[in-house]
Design a protein around this ligand. Sequence first.
Ligand SMILES: [Fe+2]
Ligand SMILES: [Fe+2]
Length: 474
Amino acid sequence: MRTKQEWKQIEQNLLSEFSERFPTVVALAKYLGIPQGTIRDAIYRGDLSGKLVVKKDIANKNNDGFSFEESGGGNEATIKYKNAEPLTPKEVLELAEIDTSIWKVESHKINMWQVGAKSEEKNLKWEDGAISGYVKNDGKINKTYLYQIDIKLTRIKRIAVQAIFQPLNFSILTESRNVDFDKTGIKILFIADPHFGFRRTPDGMTPIHSRTFINSLLTVADFVKPNITIWNGDVLDLADFGHFDTKPELLNNTQMAGVELGWVLGQFRQLSKRQIVIEGNHEKRLEKAIIKNLAAGYQLKPIHDLGGHPLMSVPRFLGLESLDTEWIGDYPNGSIKIGKAKFQHGNVVRKGSSKTVSAMINDITSDRFFGHIHRFEMAQKYIEDEGRSVWVGSPGCACDKIQVPGADSSHNWQLGAFLIQMSKESGNVENVEHISSSVNGPTFFRGLAFQHRSYLREFRESLPGEYADWFGSD
Ligand SMILES: [Fe+2]
Ligand SMILES: [Fe+2]
């Protein structure tokens, strides 16, 4: 068996013998049928003439032949080979000694040109410091070919390129931000189920409507200036007129509830372009009580206003006409359509969160906003024929979910209102923002938190002294 040293000697001999005939390692390896690496090892480790020959040969090819250029932060490179001798891309990689464990070929391009060169015959000698001999030029042009190979390489394991961070300075385009929102759409503030009324407690007359949440909604209204504020029913609790066996502490407060609601409606009216009150089942209590107990008084109107609302009716009681506020009666059917959206108090409560909206979403073909369920539920459905989504939702309520009659923790009621954005041109509902609040606040809207505060002081100050005393103080 040959020793390692002997093998080396054989390789060296082979290289000495063959390297003149096979100028590239690739060609030699192919001829000998041995790995190129073996030849390279022999060339670069051993002291052999082959090393010089082959190296010289590569060096010759490098003369105007090879170029290697890195780019992309050292992650990309290009090898260019240009010579009269055709080489395959693989041979180019070999000759340029590209480590294929580091680089991989991304792409390559091969070009070939025909070039002309003058045909010359030389016979020159150097003797005694002088050149003698001849150079014959027969004027003929010999045609030959020039080959070019461009190989693009990428690093297999990319090296991290240091990013250069520079501070970004943006100028604020204030002019384009000065949009007059009133002209771009209709904003509807949608408030449901405040149940204005009182519970007589040791602390005095405790409201069952949420003064703090409603005060937050006044802040929102002042901020957005709604085109329309809609009160979606059950604005009054009217416990005095209910057919349930109402507890005494909830009775005899309708006058108080009306006075406070009237003031609140006046505040919102000043902040909105239009205001609408829709009848709910609790307002319906008044009409039902009249029919049951005093049928002769049903629909009775004062003689100077036969076209107006009946003497004993919610809109007349609240003075909606003097508040320039519209009344939509005829509960449960009464509704108003604004744009493509329908607003209605609602008369169905499904058990469980989101169940009411879930039951409605399959059938609806236009936007529906309702209340009555005292829960926040919302869904959107895409109507393919119209190329738009419709919204269905209940915002929650504006009553005090602890004090309001019928309240029970199992009811899962929430405080909430909607700000609905509608296109003036198409009447499409384009967005619905939920204004939400926990019982003790704050109220959240557009990322702002409004700490809960009652409007009681401002309300009392607007009343004559004897009426202000009804409401106590915070
Ligand atoms: Fe309600
Ligand atoms: Fe209701």
